[in-house]
Design a protein around this ligand. Structure first.
Ligand code: AMP
Ligand code: MG
Length: 653
């Protein structure tokens, strides 16, 4: 085998090139270790702040108490300073008479007279205990005996109602540690010690640049083939969430000179630079080349064994971290939260974010590529025994999975799978993610939003995870959701949905929706035909392209029935939603497909009705009494929902 390589020059070149790239790929752990070694230890950036301006900042120094709090032995009650030994025989029936000393100790009054044996001194709450006294008796347990004496009806223990000097805070004690976030409590502790100013961590200023000719900022018009800059907004927000101060510099086109100028400007001003996009080793991707010219040591890792996220580039330029995140928003998020947030928090003097990790059980086996650390987006749901991390949208469109996800889990590079039942650590995108009140897993329908809107307006959170009818049914059987919306036709009985139920599930009727063939208005091939003839016409024209649906979708069963085993052009294009089918036809990437009438209507397509299907809900009986489930059932039956569904083109059952 080896001899062939030396004889054929061309493949050798290609292999050498591949190998050169391959050799540079580091494991996640190695890349992180090298990045951190190049950055730390380092002095923390700090600012001197007055207490009144320090709220929310992280302390940059350990604070040691400079004084005792309270600074003297202090009375806790209104009463009299006494010598406890004088009162050893006192009781309700046997008061002890003590002679009044000639002063009253108020807050802020330093005592001048000693409490000698047989005497007593009036003292207010907060007053300093006079010499000779060792306890305080409450005023309620005393009685004046003329103007010169007091009768005491209670014995007291030494130290009673006295706060000793330093009992709250002792001088020399560690009061607050560096890294503590200063809240009202911390401000109180500092004030009690007389500290007026502290050193707080200065937030690292982090410049954010998006790269790509295709990027347009939100608020601007979207040109054809352009997309909105998502990373800029997410990354800037995530920086602020993790102790940095983001400075967003917009999107820069893929032009070396412009980008270099922007990067130099950013580094002159900021403590750190985060770019996204342009990091694949393609011709238009220039940012990593520029880094080499911006300072020492430059690129530390370019290419990390991550999935997704392989093109991540980590660099340090004259002490400042420079990161190029992958362009795909989900990849950018995974790598940012997993590898950049820990570094940013260290720069910001903050401890690792413990509130952004939760432990959850994975309900299904997740396969994974051996040799790369794999990130998997998950949605959290409340299961029978704690949290369940439901993998969402693995390999599917970025934004849907992103919208439904609470965070992600990591599968080790050395594992080729994560078995069902694994307890995994989930990194949350937003700390303290709230587990939704109602969980719907199955087939998605725009009608569903019309029903759940009522719940959302009532303050309940609803999560619907679109995995198709069969996937939903499986989740319902495992008890991971409240409802699985399904539309499954049983060929044998010719009945919708009911034949698919098993013990533990019950059917709740939803609505009917018309499935049919869509085509662009004016397409003569399909005009005035029924569904079966339309499909026959499509099959008869070799130039005609279809768009299919994913395996497991109820719509797919109908399509396969119509096609009767044919596999026309476009059959393998299998998007996961009604909307994607309509978009493919409307945008001329396909000529026909099957979707539901309201979606066809919204996309401005012509529609040939085929079958009215039953969109119902498999309810997990064990979860029926949950308040959110009851609220959903009520909303489903309400006039409001029926009107909204009818108006949108559905027929409530
Ligand atoms: P790139 O690494 O620049 O080739 O980008 C990979 C993919 O991510 C492309 O589809 C880009 O359009 C997309 N992308 C890059 N940057 C952004 C961004 N800031 N917002 C949204 N998508 C982006
Ligand atoms: Mg790009």
């Amino acid at each position: 085998m080896g001899s062939g390589m030396t004889m054929i020059p061309k493949p050798l070149d290609r292999r050498a090139l591949e190998q050169e790239q391959f050799l540079k790929i580091l494991s996640r752990e190695e890349a992180l270790a090298r990045f951190e070694a190049a950055l730390f230890p380092r002095a923390i950036l700090s600012d001197r702040r007055r207490l009144t301006d320090a709220l929310g900042a992280a302390l940059a120094e350990d604070i040691t108490a400079p004084i005792d709090v309270p600074p003297f032995d202090r009375s806790n009650v209104d009463g009299f300073a006494v010598r406890s030994a004088d009162l050893s025989t006192a009781g309700e029936g046997a008061p002890v008479r003590l002679a009044l000393n000639g002063e009253t100790i108020h807050c802020g009054t330093a005592p001048t007279l000693q409490v000698a044996a047989g005497t007593i001194t009036p003292i207010a709450t907060g007053g300093p205990l006079p010499r000779g006294a060792d306890a305080v008796v409450m005023v309620e347990h005393t009685q004046p005996a003329g103007s010169q004496a007091i009768d005491v009806r209670r014995a007291v223990l030494p130290g009673q109602f006295v706060s000793y000097a330093g009992s709250d805070i002792a001088r020399g004690e560690a009061l607050l540690r560096a890294g503590t976030i200063i809240g009202s409590r911390e401000i109180g502790m500092l004030a009690a010690c007389g500290i007026a100013e502290v050193n707080v961590v200065r937030k690292p200023r982090v410049a954010v640049i998006s790269t790509g000719d295709e990027l347009v900022q939100p608020g601007e018009a979207l040109a054809p083939a352009a997309i909105y800059d998502t990373n800029g907004a997410i990354v800037a927000a995530a920086i602020d969430e993790n102790g940095g101060e983001a400075i967003f510099l917009g999107a820069i086109p893929d032009e070396e000179a412009k980008l270099e100028a922007a990067m130099r400007g950013a580094l002159a001003d900021a403590d750190m630079l985060v770019l996204s996009g342009g990091t694949s080793k393609g011709a238009g991707d220039v940012s990593h080349r520029i880094i080499g010219r911006l300072g020492q040591p430059g690129v530390i890792a370019h290419g990390v064994a991550l999935k997704p996220g392989k093109p991540l580039c980590l660099a340090v330029c004259d002490g400042k971290p420079v990161v190029i995140l992958p362009g795909f928003p989900t990849s950018a998020m995974f790598t940012f939260h997993d590898m950049i947030v820990p570094v940013l928090r260290r720069l910001a003097g903050l401890p690792p974010r413990s509130d952004a990790k939760v432990s959850a059980t994975v309900p299904v086996r997740i396969s994974s590529e051996l040799g790369r650390t794999e990130f998997v987006m998950v949605s959290l749901v409340e299961g029978r025994n704690g949290l369940i991390a439901y993998p969402s949208g693995k390999g599917s469109g970025a934004i849907t999975s992103f919208a439904q996800a609470d965070g992600f889990l990591r599968i080790d590079a050395l594992a080729d799978q994560m078995p069902a039942g694994t307890e995994a650590e989930v990194t949350l995108f937003t700390p303290h993610a709230r587990v939704p009140d109602l969980i719907i897993v199955g087939s998605h329908c725009t009608g569903l939003d019309l029903v759940t809107a009522q719940l959302s307006h009532g303050g309940l959170t609803v999560r619907s995870i679109a995995v198709g009818s069969l996937g939903g049914l499986a989740a319902a059987k495992r008890g991971e959701c409240d409802f699985a919306p399904i539309h499954l036709f049983d060929d044998k009985t010719e009945i919708y949905n009911t034949p698919y139920l098993v013990e533990g599930l019950e059917l709740v009727s939803g609505w009917r929706r018309m499935q049919g063939i869509v085509f662009r208005k004016g397409d003569k091939r399909f005009e005035a035909l029924g569904a079966k003839e339309a499909v026959a016409a499509a099959l008869a024209d070799p130039a005609c392209i279809m768009v299919n649906r994913n395996q497991g979708a109820g719509t797919r069963i109908l399509i396969d029935r119509l096609l009767g085993g044919a596999r026309p052009e476009g059959y393998w294009n299998q998007p996961r939603s009604h909307n994607a089918v309509a978009a493919a036809v409307a945008q001329n990437r396909a000529d026909w497909g099957m979707t539901i009438a309201p979606v066809a209507d919204a996309a401005g397509l012509a529609f040939i009705p085929f079958a009215e299907e039953h969109y119902d809900f498999a309810l997990v009986t064990a979860r029926k009494q949950r308040p959110a489930v009851q609220a959903f059932l009520e909303a489903l039956g309400s006039d409001e929902a029926r009107v909204a569904l009818t108006r949108a083109g559905f027929r409530p059952a």
